[in-house]
Design a protein around this ligand. Structure first.
Ligand code: GDP
Length: 529
């Protein structure tokens, strides 16, 4: 197949949702359609129960054995689909944000009864800011839930989206009769069976077709006609360009558990979702069809097996072909690297591949060369943008608890920070090290991993910080800035890249500081223009 056709047939996306909305169940059903797995239960949930670091370790350990859950790839109807897994737990939201830099589109799963939940709001906001095309799947239609119109309203209000339904439910819960596919004008009858080919799809010519009455009964048929009239009155027609631009989000309804409405979603998805998209580097926009290879690291996965310490760096290919045993430039280090056993991912396994294409993810074995955000190219000086660090919310001093192992500790901390587990800050005043994380769970994870992977011990000490803000000013020599530095000396630190950070101990003090120093900017994200 030609290079351009290989690129055109790829769809790389992520599924985001609040925990329990049905992401794992949906992923699994999608894989079943692709024939990538044979039975339900094959996809392991990446769910971490409340506060249980041991859960996390167990999941990571299993992943170390089969990293497959991070990227699930399969073929469907001539399309190569790559699903990038995103952790649902809020403490790992940053992982999810980083993964979202590597997707070309997203499916948002919403629970019909619970509606829009907190994590959904946060994740959708990030997708919206990045203008990632989104499809919404309203799940659990086999249960009683919110009225479809109310829910669509809620999605527009809370998520700031503009929706248009491409399918519409006929009843719900106990009375769920089926789903009307607005796009293909057919009715899919709900049988309550979970087998994938049991569905009964009936084509109807238009809504006045008397077949509708035979299928649904007069009352339901009339109600559907009324509702669809309303749908057409309220919502805009589907427009692919608008969807691709992130301005319009099509909605599908179904039940992942009952494998109902999932095929409609999948067929709709491969028809409208974008192939690999261009990506901005600091230098220029890079297009997938360019001859020269380029890609970036969006995730680093440690091997939890102490006997095999190497890590796997996940590279999203942006342009050109990635070939095995070919020298590529590691732009940050300014050196060439060759990879003899790059991994490609399939539903349940990973395998060595010779060639990968834009949209694909390759896993590169790494002994410490890579950091999140690194760019790899055929030779060009390119730096991909857009893997920012977010202001952490939890802060602790980290101390060495075993003086004989200070080297191991330093190395361990260094590598864990490269993986993006947490952020390290060094206080300007006394050089003390501070770890900042998005969730409290990471502290346990760091302690555990330092001990098990690096034989180092650490202890923590509380530190009262409300937010860390990256400091920026037009004039680093100004009187104002010098005053700020003097007055706030106790609250200043450097991040790993040497950028200046201000630790505000409360929302109030941050506000006061902002007022007092109008010439200084305080950012909550490490990357700013
Ligand atoms: P995740 O946390 O988003 O990955 O959610 P899961 O896929 O693990 O699903 C959470 C729970 O909801 C599980 O008990 C599923 O069996 C259940 N579930 C998922 N989809 C459906 C559905 O369509 N209908 C019903 N009734 N339950 C569902």
């Amino acid at each position: 197949m030609k290079f351009k056709d290989e690129v055109a047939r790829r769809r790389t996306f992520g599924i985001v949702s609040h925990p329990d909305a049905g992401k794992t169940t949906l992923t699994e059903k999608l894989l079943l359609y692709g024939g990538a797995i044979q039975e339900a239960g094959a996809v392991k949930s990446n769910k971490i129960k409340k506060g249980a670091a041991s859960d996390f370790m167990e999941i990571e350990r299993q992943r170390g054995i089969s990293v497959a859950t991070s990227v699930l790839a399969f073929e469907y109807d001539g399309t190569k689909i790559n699903i990038l897994d995103t952790p649902g737990h809020k403490d790992f939201a940053e992982d999810t944000f980083r993964t979202l830099t590597a997707v070309d589109s997203v499916i948002v799963v919403v629970d019909v009864a619970k509606g829009v939940e907190e994590q959904t709001e946060k994740l959708v906001e990030v997708c919206r800011m990045r203008q990632i095309p989104m499809i919404v799947f309203i799940n659990k239609m086999d249960r009683e839930g919110k009225d479809a119109f109310d829910l669509l309203d809620e999605i527009e209000q809370k998520l700031g989206l503009h929706v248009t339904p491409l399918s519409f439910p006929i009843g719900m819960g106990y009375d769920l009769k089926g789903i009307y596919n607005l796009h293909q004008k057919n009715v899919n009858l709900f049988t309550g069976e979970t087998s994938k080919d049991i569905h009964n799809t009936v084509k109807i010519s238009d809504l006045s077709d008397p077949k509708l009455n035979q299928l649904l009964g007069d009352t339901s048929a009339d109600q559907l006609r009324e509702e669809l009239e309303l749908v057409q009155g309220i919502y805009p027609d589907f427009d692919r360009e608008e969807y691709l631009a992130g301005n319009l989000q099509p909605v599908f309804f179904g039940s992942a558990l009952h494998n109902f409405g999932v095929k409609e979603l999948l067929d709709g998805f491969i028809e409208i979702a974008p192939p690999p998209r261009p990506k901005n580097a600091e230098e220029r926009e890079v297009k997938p069809l360019e001859d020269d290879f380029s890609g970036f690291v969006f995730k680093i996965h440690a091997n939890m097996d102490p006997k095999h310490r190497d890590r796997l760096a996940f590279v999203k290919i942006v342009s050109g072909k990635f070939e095995r045993n070919t020298a590529y430039k590691h732009v940050r280090l300014g050196k060439n690297l060759k990879f003899s056993s790059p991994n490609a991912f399939f539903a349940e396994k990973k395998e060595i591949v010779d060639v990968s294409y834009p949209g694909d993810i390759v896993g590169l074995h790494d002994t410490g060369n890579f950091k999140i955000g690194d760019t790899l190219t055929s030779g060009e000086e390119l730096h991909y943008k857009g893997i920012p660090s977010f202001s952490p919310e939890h802060f602790r001093y980290i101390n060495n608890a075993d003086p004989m192992k200070s080297k191991q500790l330093a190395k361990g901390i260094d590598q864990l920070m490269d993986e993006g587990v947490a952020q390290l800050f060094t206080l300007e005043l006394n050089g003390r090290k501070v770890i900042g994380t998005v969730g409290a769970l990471q502290f346990e994870v760091i302690q555990y991993r330092l001990e098990h992977e690096y034989s180092a011990k650490c202890s923590y000490e509380n530190l009262n910080v409300h937010k860390a803000c990256w400091v920026d000013t037009a004039d680093w020599e100004s009187e104002e800035f010098n005053d700020f530095k003097r007055v706030k000396a106790k609250f200043l630190a450097k991040d790993k890249r040497g950028q200046l950070v201000f630790f505000a101990d409360s929302a109030f003090s941050l506000q006061m500081t902002q007022q007092k120093y109008p010439g200084i900017k305080f950012h909550f994200v490490s990357e700013f223009e």
